[in-house]
Ligand binder design. Structure first.
Ligand code: THU
Length: 136
């Protein structure tokens, strides 16, 4: 994947993270989803007083793109950490998000960029993170 696009996705994921609504966990997550046509959709986590109602950043980004008629996806960058964190660890997507994304992508082709910063990231495929995935 083109390094400039990866960096742009990471910047946008950090941007989205600023708008996270996570007063219960204080864990702020941002995601930037790259569609095959080059458009990018952002998502952040949005928690709820009724805890299970909360939504992850990844599961906010995909519906925004789907609502605009996007159906083909290339990659997603994900960043996350405690609200006031300055140094980040990688924030791999939760199991539910892995399965959610699987519905819309080819696992061996779809890239998941996990980033600590613009310059410190790893690129996985969904197949790496969710082998032998379920879809019918
Ligand atoms: N979270 C995400 O947004 N994405 C993930 O894949 C992992 C977890 C959010 C959910 C919750 O608001 C907070 O992080 C702590 O679990």
């Amino acid at each position: 994947m083109n390094e400039n696009i990866i960096k742009e996705l990471i910047v946008k994921a950090f941007d989205a993270r600023k708008n996270a609504y996570a007063p219960f966990s204080n864990f702020y997550v941002g995601a930037a989803l790259l569609c095959k046509d080059g458009s990018i959709y952002k998502g952040c986590n949005v928690e709820n007083s009724a805890y299970p109602v909360g939504l992850c950043a990844e599961r906010n980004a995909f519906p925004s793109a789907l609502c605009e008629g996007k159906t083909e996806f290339e990659a997603i960058a994900i960043v996350g950490g405690n609200k006031d964190e300055k140094e980040f660890d990688f924030c791999p997507p939760c199991g539910m998000c892995r399965q959610f994304m699987r519905e819309f992508v080819e696992p061996s082709e779809f890239k998941i960029i996990l980033a600590k910063s613009e310059d410190d990231y790893i690129v996985k495929t969904l197949e790496d993170l969710l082998p032998m995935s379920f879809k019918f």
